[in-house]
Design a protein around this ligand. Sequence first.
Ligand code: 3PG
Length: 210
Amino acid sequence: MSTMNIRDIMKMAPVIPVLIIDKLEHAVPLAQALCAGGLKVLEVTMRTPVALAAVEAMRKAVPDAIVGVGTLTRPADFTDAAQAGAQFGVSPGLTPELAAAAHTVSFPLLPGIMTPTELIAARLQGFTALKLFPAMQAGGIGMLKALASPFSDVVFCPTGGITRETAPDFLALSNVLCVGGSWVAPAKLLDKGDWQGITALAQEACSLRR
Ligand code: 3PG
């Protein structure tokens, strides 16, 4: 598949699952379970030793999924993610070094910001689709409403502390294309191999946009 635009990726589903994968054998059934429930855009965080192998496995075995790599915090992470087959990247923040690294890879980046100054810096680097992170601590709904008027060209994927109960209020905002969250792939369901349970959570997440 050719490179997708980050806004198009953000519009594919209301929720981007934030995945922390400890066991490589969980990667493929987890991606299949989420896709079966309608969540095809997945963020595999680079927080575990098997994360990149998980991305490679998902890309091979689950062609329906759009697999991104999250928690990109060092320039080398971008090269590693590209080699693993990442179709998009997510970073919790943005620095000039990370922005430069992002421009060397072919996948699009969803960079994190928390303040107006960080938003302006990201926009100067060419990024207008941003992750508000950590969303609740950054001011949540009120912050996103306040950013809408001065930064009408910017859209968000708020992430961090959002739940199935609070997601609909975020998704109702005009400048929110989707939200990120880990609640659709909780560790206790992964540990049990409860893929049906994860599909059910994904189906529910797909219906959260009012
Ligand atoms: C993360 O990077 O861990 C995301 O912010 C997920 O946050 P959540 O666990 O609060 O959904």
